[in-house]
Design a protein around this ligand. Structure first.
Ligand SMILES: [Zn+2]
Ligand SMILES: [Zn+2]
Length: 250
């Protein structure tokens, strides 16, 4: 097993030498295919969450203060009070290598090892570790057909394989075609535009499950909250959200 892994890493390094790819952030060459579209230095300059940061226990916003381990679950930012999900976590800050990886995923359905590793690390922490089923945030059918794939589905699948959880891409549907991140939309506009955009097609598959809802970026939380609402109405016991990245609080 170790020998195979070492051989794969060697093969990846050889490929990177033969076909150097320019880092999507700084333009230097990417040392290994396992790093995806960014080089080692840009990954190191990107804030990856370790799980030791002080965050709003519910939405995962970094709060910056220091609290005792017993108080960690009491920390709240209060901006997420109305959101339906149980908790939300992200792999890191939407900047540098993570931002470049998210953007690359919209063009190419490939999740590099580096990204899988950091998502597995977040998923294995309490309470996301209790998830029983992975559900990616769906795209509207027309948008998925135009792109050829759903990037949240690709991430969900890579994670499902890595942590041996079932993936469910049929129960949650996007029923309305919403315009995501339209310029000039504030948080309330975004919330209203996605509020009724989702429905659960197979409640029997959701009832009693502790759902791990996957999306690429946690922006206002409106999309994942709208998904969580219908999943909980369908009988889900919990909805934990995991996104690749989230922007710094503004
Ligand atoms: Zn770079
Ligand atoms: Zn919060």
């Amino acid at each position: 097993m170790l020998a195979i892994r070492a051989a794969n890493l060697f093969y990846d390094s050889c490929l990177a030498l033969l076909y150097p790819q320019a880092c999507a952030v700084c333009g230097d060459s990417v040392e290994s295919r396992t790093l995806g579209v960014a080089c080692e230095r840009c990954w190191q300059a990107t804030q990856i969450f370790t799980g030791n940061e002080t965050v709003c226990w519910k939405c995962g916003a970094v709060s910056g203060g220091v609290v005792s381990p017993e108080q960690r679950e009491e920390v709240r930012c209060r901006r997420c009070d109305a959101d339906s999900f149980t908790v939300a976590r992200a792999g890191g800050t939407y900047e540098g290598a993570l931002r470049a990886s998210v953007l690359a995923l919209k063009r190419e359905p490939h999740v590099c090892n580096k990204l899988v590793e950091l998502l597995v690390n977040v998923q294995q922490q309490h309470p996301l570790s209790q998830a029983t089923r992975i559900v990616p945030v769906p795209l509207h059918k027309e948008r998925e057909q135009a792109r050829g794939f759903n990037q949240a589905g690709i991430v969900g699948l890579a994670l499902a394989r890595a942590v041996s959880l079932p993936i469910d891409e049929i129960s949650l549907k996007r029923t309305e075609h919403t315009t995501r991140h339209r310029a000039g939309m504030d948080a309330r506009d975004r919330r209203e535009s996605v509020e009724n955009a989702f429905a659960v097609s197979y409640p029997a598959l959701i009832a009693g499950e502790r759902i791990l809802l996957i999306d690429d970026v946690f922006t206002s939380g409106a999309t994942v909250s709208a998904c969580a609402k219908v999943l909980l109405q369908a009988g889900a016991a919990d909805v934990f959200v995991l996104t690749i990245a989230r922007p710094l609080p503004y």
